[in-house]
Design a protein around this ligand. Structure first.
Ligand code: ZN
Length: 131
């Protein structure tokens, strides 16, 4: 496992893309909307890891709710795994709770699943596997 990416919730991808392009001195390598999840994402490659900016596409989006409660900032940490199903089994057996136990199509050509932050000290953790 490695840290595949860190997700940051932002109010405006336009404004935040300007900011992060300046910060990193490089362009994002993709914009991608996942309508089912109510998010538009922007990805930056930083060495072996990535930064994923997340903007809500509607008021029911989990990102809208996060912004209301906590404001802009780090939303989740994603760990890359080679076999997401066996990791889910391993972590379930170790007592971790999941938001949903079934891997779904996520951004950037990944299968993704989220652990519930109540079982991980308030940190939303994503597991992702390259498709
Ligand atoms: Zn993510």
């Amino acid at each position: 496992m490695k840290i595949e990416h860190i997700g940051i919730a932002v109010k405006s991808l336009n404004l935040s893309d300007d900011l992060f392009k300046k910060l990193f001195g490089k362009e994002n390598y993709k914009h991608e909307s996942i309508e089912r999840e109510g998010v538009t994402t922007s990805f930056y490659k930083i060495g072996e890891s990535k930064i994923e900016l997340l903007e809500a596409t509607n008021p029911e989006s989990p990102i809208s709710k996060f912004l209301e409660k906590k404001g802009e900032g780090i939303h989740h940490i994603a760990f890359g795994v080679s076999d997401i199903k066996s990791e889910i089994e391993r972590l379930k057996n170790a007592g971790f709770a999941f938001i949903s136990e079934e891997p779904k199509d996520g951004a950037d050509n990944k299968l993704v699943v989220f652990l519930h932050p109540k079982s991980t000290n308030g940190v939303l953790i994503e597991l992702c596997q390259e498709k």
